[in-house]
Design a protein around this ligand. Structure first.
Ligand code: CAA
Length: 743
């Protein structure tokens, strides 16, 4: 068969003047131009066969007297979008990208990179080795390596600055942002924007540059402009990196590498780039960030007992409604509107409705100011918003999201109202953060159309969309909300309904342990600091001051009510579990958090953002310990870390064990996008794999012994099994499937 294919290529090639440098780069000669067409779907990544094809293509063109210039172009949706990330960590095969690049740059025949789609990473490096670059208006260029914990390792840090100057090069590389072709032309990266058919334009352009002197077009020969300002640009870039990417190693190395382009001759700069690249490559951060890249894509391949992404088709969503115009409802409406979806915003009275509309306008205005949303999108959003007090207006919408208070009776009332007016094919979503979907869906005559869509506050900012299926939810409804996630630029993770679902359920022990640690002797500041040093954006007590101690107070009363008991100053156990009433003492003093200007911390004003430590807060904690006869002890940073993060990891394994989700990737992505867990640690489950499950299991057993009466320390059976059998991370999911089938 292979032989037949080869022969076919041979004859076709002779006939059409096309040959294949290999299976990933098509070589053809069109008039006097050699065309190297990269053909490696889906994103034309620069794997070994592409690198080999490009190098041998340029060499073949050099030998062909008919050829006077060369075009490099991508087949399908894009110019190469970077190195093949799947090859990272494997032994690299020659030719490596720099070698390919230097072959291109040294070519005596002009090489034109013809760009469409996303010209990223190694793809942009290939373009920068080419002598000329043209692009279609819709294309984007950039160096996103920083998001993978790396820097552009094939000359990108040395060559971009030679075109754009240091300031732009540093910013583009440490931020990893994609730049539209129009802007790229302003920066000097693109020579010409072309319209119409790219191949036709590329051939024409390549003909026009034949015979041009190439020395001044070879970036390796060019000097970096404004080198006398290197110190100024470096300190400005480092200040931004510190502010925006705290804890990440790669952005720092990106700035250092670009700096080297100004301070060293080209080849020495290339060596410095390689040194820094190798350092990052060997770091745990790069490994974790690359894992997160694939994990983010893997979670879209969802599965539930009755269907999967392979079998279920999403329904079209052309119109939507949000019920409840409070903080969450308004935030959700902003997400839908920003994606160009019309939204009916429903409230029970005009006062609440107008307040919701105002909130939406303010969020939109803020986003425009920050450059996150264009003025055009904001203007369009205003026309798409339809405030209403009338359920009947919702009769034709494709999808409704309920976002009223977390109160079962109220939610059932809303769903019963929707059931009466909405069309049969509608998908009914609830933004509940805890309530079992079945308890809500039974208020309708169509529980198969009811699904959870749990947004994280602030809804317009946090990227996690936790989609939840109940026992009756149809795969079609799930497919629709998973697709909705993509439409509104969220990362959707599918979980089975249970109390707290995935994210909040794991957050439970994490937060409870934080309070126990303070009860035993740590200060809220110490706990927060250790969390922040670990990479969490803010510590758990600052988070509580954001939402309010009144919220935890109310939740605890609801739990007690459900257990048929009440909470008093003496309560030490709730439902057989250890209980700490410290939050109640802050609540009793009217210290609700930022909303009252004081909570666990003191703020500069009501609604203030700057926390300080004050005597009253310390007194509340000391009095609490005295009342309970707890003698304060010194708690080490290691214990704080272990008790918060290991208890939540243990819960993660139980979630897997119970089939609430299918893979550790789903847990990690939920934490990265729901709670801003540091991506450079990969997520709690990946982190556990790095520490080693044996160690994690031992410590969980230790805390189970030393911190009794906390159900969250009972070691997960799955964790025990994986630890005892030393199962590598890549195989955890197989064991999850087996353990579920035994349950
Ligand atoms: N290598 C290998 N696979 C890649 C890839 C790459 N560079 N980029 C994307 N893919 C894969 C994805 O994993 C996905 O595979 P599955 O369908 O199996 O999940 C598939 O291509 C499609 O990707 P997306 O779902 O992300 O498609 P999209 O259309 O939403 O986005 C994209 C396309 C903007 C190119 C996006 O995939 C992306 O940002 N890719 C990463 C680009 C990147 O980081 N490039 C730099 C790599 S490092 C480097 O080049 C330089 C160096 O010197 C080391």
């Amino acid at each position: 068969m292979l032989e037949v294919q080869k022969q076919l290529w041979h004859y076709l090639g002779r006939f059409l003047c096309i040959s294949r440098a290999n299976m990933s780069v098509d070589y053809s000669v069109r008039g006097s131009v050699a065309v190297l067409e990269v053909n490696n779907p889906p994103v034309n990544a620069l794997g070994h066969s592409v690198r080999h094809g490009l190098k041998s293509g340029v060499e073949q063109a050099a030998r062909d007297n008919k050829v006077k210039s060369i075009v490099i172009i991508g087949k399908g949706q894009t110019f190469p979008a970077g190195a093949d990330i799947r090859e990272f960590g494997k032994a690299s095969k020659d030719p490596w990208l720099v070698e390919v690049g230097h072959t291109i740059e040294a070519s005596l025949k002009p090489v034109v990179a013809a760009i469409h789609g996303t010209c990223l990473g190694g793809g942009l490096e290939i373009a920068l080795f080419s002598h000329f670059r043209i692009a279609v208006p819709s294309s984007r260029v950039g160096f996103p390596e920083v998001a993978l914990g790396l820097l552009p390792g094939a000359g990108g840090t040395q060559r971009l600055s030679r075109l754009t100057g240091l300031q732009v090069a540093m910013e583009m590389i440490y931020s990893g942002r994609h730049v539209a072709s129009k802007k790229a032309k302003e920066y000097g990266i693109i020579d010409e924007i072309v319209t119409g058919d790219l191949m036709t334009a590329a051939l024409k352009y390549a003909e026009s540059v034949q015979g041009r002197t190439l020395n001044e077009r070879r970036l390796g020969h060019k000097a970096v402009p404004n080198t006398d300002s290197v110190e100024k640009y470096t300190s400005a870039a480092m200040a931004q990196v510190k502010k925006k990417y705290k804890g990440f190693e790669a952005p720092v190395a990106c700035v250092q590498a670009v700096r080297a382009s100004a301070e060293l001759p080209y080849l020495e700069g290339m060596e410095r780039e390689r040194e820094l690249f190798n350092h990052l490559k060997a770091s745990g951060q790069a490994w974790a960030q690359q894992y997160a890249f694939f994990a983010e894509r893997a979670v879209s391949r969802w599965e539930m007992p009755r269907g999967s992404y392979k079998t279920a088709k999403p329904l079209p969503v052309r119109s939507t409604a949000v019920v409840g115009a409070g903080t969450m409802g308004s935030g959700i409406a902003v997400c839908l509107l920003s994606a160009g979806l019309p939204v009916y915003l429903l409230e029970q009275n005009d006062k609440f409705l107008q307040s919701g509309v105002k909130m939406i306008e303010n969020i939109m205005a803020g986003s425009v100011k920050l450059g996150k949303v264009s003025m055009e999108t904001a203007k369009k959003a205003a026309t798409l918003l339809k405030p209403t007090l009338n359920y009947n207006d919702l009769k034709d919408v494709d999808l409704v999201i309920e976002a009223v208070y977390e109160d079962l009776a109220l939610k059932r009332e809303v769903f019963s109202g929707l059931d009466k007016v909405c069309k049969p094919s509608v998908i009914l979503c609830t933004n509940t953060s805890t309530i079992d979907i079945d308890r809500i869906s039974t208020a309708t005559s169509r529980p198969d159309r009811v699904v959870g869509t749990h947004f994280f506050a602030p809804a317009y900012h946090m990227r996690l969309l936790e989609n939840i299926y109940g026992t009756k939810t149809s795969p079609e409804a799930v497919a629709t909300v998973m697709k909705l996630g993509k439409t509104i630029n969220k990362v959707a993770v599918l979980v089975k309904s249970c109390e707290g679902f995935l994210a909040n359920r794991m957050n439970g022990p994490f937060n409870t342990e934080a309070t126990f640690l303070v009860e035993e002797g740590a200060s809220p500041q110490e706990v927060d600091q250790i969390n922040e040093d670990f990479g969490m954006p803010i510590g758990p007590f600052k988070v509580r001051d954001l939402s309010g101690t009144d919220i935890s107070w109310r939740i605890n009363r609801e739990v007690a009510k459900a257990l048929g008991t009440t909470i008093t100053k003496e309560t030490r156990f709730l439902g057989g579990n250890r209980y700490c009433g410290l939050n109640d003492d802050f609540f009793d003093k009217g210290r609700y958090g930022r909303k009252t200007g004081k909570g666990w911390y003191l703020y500069e004003k009501v609604g203030g953002k700057i926390p300080t430590v004050d005597a009253e807060s310390e007194e509340i904690i000391n009095n609490y310990r005295q009342r309970r006869q707890i003698s304060k002890r010194k708690i080490t940073p290691q214990e704080i870390l272990e008790r918060q993060f290991y208890s939540c990891i243990n819960e993660g394994f139980r979630i897997l064990e119970e089939g609430i989700c299918n893979t550790p990737e789903e847990i990690d992505i939920s934490w990265i996008y729901g709670f801003s867990y540091p991506k450079y640690r990969g997520g709690p489950m990946f982190y556990a794999s790095q520490i080693g499950l044996k160690r994690i299991y031992e410590r969980i057993c230790h805390y189970h012994e030393t911190c009794p009466y906390s159900i969250h320390w009972v070691p997960s059976r799955l964790l025990k099994k994986l630890a005892e059998n030393d199962v590598p991370f890549s195989q955890w999911s197989n064991h999850v499937a087996k353990s579920k089938s035994k349950m």
